[in-house]
Design a protein around this ligand. Sequence first.
Ligand code: ADP
Ligand code: ADP
Length: 220
Amino acid sequence: MIRLNKVSKTYRTDKVETLAVKDIDLHVKRGEFVAMMGPSGCGKSTLLNLIGLLDRPGAGSIEVDGVPITRYRDKQVAKLRNQTFGFIFQSFHLIPDLRVIDNVELPLLYRSISGTERRRLARAALEKVDLGARLDHYPNQLSGGQQQRVAIARAIVGEPQVLLADEPTGNLDSKMGAEVMDILLKLNSEGTTVVMVTHDELEARRVNRIVRVFDGQLVA
Ligand code: ADP
Ligand code: ADP
């Protein structure tokens, strides 16, 4: 599904150069649930951003379904990214002034879909995360776990093949974290490929495969 070949990424600021990931070979297969683990600053977020085509590698190549995207223009990459990936982050990034249903509809505004169809898809996505009864609430009327489930609904409303999650349970207590994990596992069992950064060994034990990152390299 996604293949990284000898991928490296260096960040450059005025004075500092950081080689954040180096020479990474990684194949994420269709249908897998991969947990990425490693100490803070080891390159997990950078890797996730590369896998999700949010960033381009400084060296090496990335293939999506066997097609190397190296020569794609930014616009083509953006189109492929929107068709392929949904993203979830540690902080939920919901828009506080919008109701739950409107937050979930947001990614569909850029597609040529009618208002009625948008609403139907958003409702279906919210039902998948067990929030079908909270459509008209505002984010601050929900618990952290519920807010993260709204963010998951927003990530899956466009029916992405791959869900990328950067510490999705990092701001949640263990009970709400487990609920979020239950939902990610359910989506995975229904066919969505998931790659998740986590610090939680118990969570990682629930998935197919653990990739361990240390100092910008895969160590196991
Ligand atoms: P992790 O997700 O494992 O905490 P990151 O991928 O965020 O690691 O960071 C890897 C390294 O790259 C760190 O040294 C971090 O400070 C650096 N880094 C990450 N993003 C940037 C950036 N936008 N600009 C400069 N350095 C960055
Ligand atoms: P995480 O908790 O997921 O590791 P961070 O708090 O390290 O995230 O990073 C948050 C954002 O800041 C990321 O988008 C990352 O790319 C960016 N970032 C991380 N380290 C640096 C850095 N040294 N300089 C600039 N941006 C950074």
